[in-house]
Design a protein around this ligand. Structure first.
Ligand code: PLP
Length: 441
């Protein structure tokens, strides 16, 4: 239906919703009014399981008192201070705590407000680092097909999601994309696949084609989340690391989804034993309660940039009005405390095997073409019914009626349960998906 034909007092028409099929939504609105623990509530007060931890951002579940109280306390004390040339105590505390959590060496932290902003920040750090070292010709970025690095110009340019690119022109110049790693040989392999480590050698091909001295950085998600949970083949990330090191290319891990426990350790870098030079984080940093993101940078990268500027000069011309917002910092500090005090990432390790087994058990179900997953990330890919993506979207819509909020990446149904979910609640999510797969066959 055309929006123009809706009455002007229609309360739903004025918000232009993000990544939403607006006209379909207006026909069948999916409104969430309340949340508690691992449940949402719709306008009729009915419960829905949160099968996607919000947008992968609320692993502790909704309504954690400690985070709410920390935010309130911070608001009473200091609601805002300008982040350029001034600092707030909670931001320094948070950066210190994060540096202690991150792989060693990744101990300089700059904050931002979204994953997209963190990615732009990371790309700009890489460019400036090379420039101040006299290697200013290193301006190319290497991304990957089916990668997602947010929606800003740098992020979508290095990203590889077709629909996120095609309406917006040519993007950043000098970007090349590695092939993605979702290859047939690894279908139905839960965890890391045994084939495809050599896909990392695409990076060598770009070095041969363009010259290493023109390449600033290579950015990948350790596990590609938004395109349907593409787990790296065994040895792939190590190989990327080796090639980057060999050619002086910075390796950026975008851990916006994988950061803070999703893979069973604090970061996927730890899980896969590969340390990048720069890491982006967001989402679970504040348990999704307040927007916040961060970029961790190797100490010597920051030092090189600092040393290149006059002693009282601004070294990095970048930042946001809400960088290191004190309220976001308070939310993040409270969230990290819960992660530590409740040993939350160990809970992921204990829930993951049964979760992945249940995802893997979709193998053999009519119309299921792949299952994959790692930690508390899982996907069941379906053969399309109608146009590609139609079936996935239908399942997402029906899920809302059946009591489940989830993600659909094309025809891949994605589950990312909150770490706070019980094994029983996760099984209920799986049951709903099973029912809907059957129904849409
Ligand atoms: C890996 C990755 N990078 C960046 C982003 C962008 O984050 P945001 O939506 O907070 O801008 C996302 C969002 O899902 C993501 O998954």
């Amino acid at each position: 239906m055309s929006l123009a034909t809706r009455p002007s007092n229609d309360p739903l028409v004025h918000q232009w919703m993000p990544f939403t099929a607006t006209r379909q939504f207006l026909e069948q609105p999916r409104i969430i009014t309340r949340a508690e623990g691992v449940y949402y509530y719709n306008t009729r007060g009915e419960k829905l399981l949160d099968g996607s931890s919000g947008l992968y951002c609320i692993p502790l579940g909704h309504g954690r008192r400690e985070i709410r109280e920390a935010i309130t306390k911070q608001l009473e004390e200091l609601d805002y201070a300008p982040p350029f040339q001034y600092g707030v105590p909670s931001a320094f505390r948070l950066a210190t705590e994060m540096a202690q959590m991150l792989p060693s060496g990744l101990n300089r932290i700059m904050f931002a407000n979204s994953g997209s902003e963190a990615v732009e920040t990371a790309l700009k750090v890489a460019l400036q680092y090379h420039r101040v070292r006299g290697e200013g010709a290193r301006m190319r970025f290497i991304g990957r097909e089916r990668g997602y690095h947010g929606v800003n110009f740098g992020g979508w340019s290095v990203g590889g999601m077709v629909n996120n690119r095609k309406a917006f022109g040519v993007g950043l110049p000098g970007v090349a994309h590695l092939r993605h790693t979702h290859i047939k040989e690894n279908y139905f392999q839960m965890g890391e696949g045994g084939h495809g480590a050599d896909l990392a050698d695409d990076l060598e091909r770009f070095v041969n084609l363009h010259g290493a001295d023109t390449i600033a950085a290579c950015i990948v998600e350790p596990i590609a989340g938004s395109t349907g949970i593409l787990v790296p083949p065994k040895g792939y990330l190590k190989r990327l690391r080796e090639i980057c090191t060999k050619h002086g290319i910075l390796l950026i891990f975008d851990e916006v989804i994988t950061g803070f426990g999703r893979t069973g350790q604090a970061f996927a870098a730890e899980t896969f034993g590969v340390v990048p030079d720069i890491m982006t984080m967001a989402k679970a940093l504040t348990n999704g309660v307040i927007p916040m993101a961060a970029v961790a940078v190797r100490e010597d990268i920051q030092q090189t940039i600092l040393d290149a500027a006059p002693p009282d000069g601004v070294e990095f011309y970048h930042g946001y009005t809400y960088t290191a917002h004190p309220v976001a910092c308070a939310a993040a500090l409270a969230t990290l405390k819960i992660y530590r005090d409740e040993d939350v990432f160990a809970r992921v390790r204990s829930l993951a095997p049964a979760f992945l087994e249940q995802i893997g058990a979709f193998k053999g179900v009519d119309g299921v073409v792949d299952t994959r997953g790692f930690g508390l990330l899982g996907a069941v890919e379906l053969a399309p019914a109608g146009k590609p993506g139609e079936r996935g979207f239908k399942i997402l819509r029906r899920g809302f009626e059946e009591g489940l909020v989830m993600r659909a990446a094309g025809d891949s149904i994605v589950l990312a349960p909150p770490f706070a979910a019980t094994a029983d609640e996760i099984s209920k999510m799986i049951d709903i998906i099973r029912k809907l797969i059957k129904e849409t066959a």
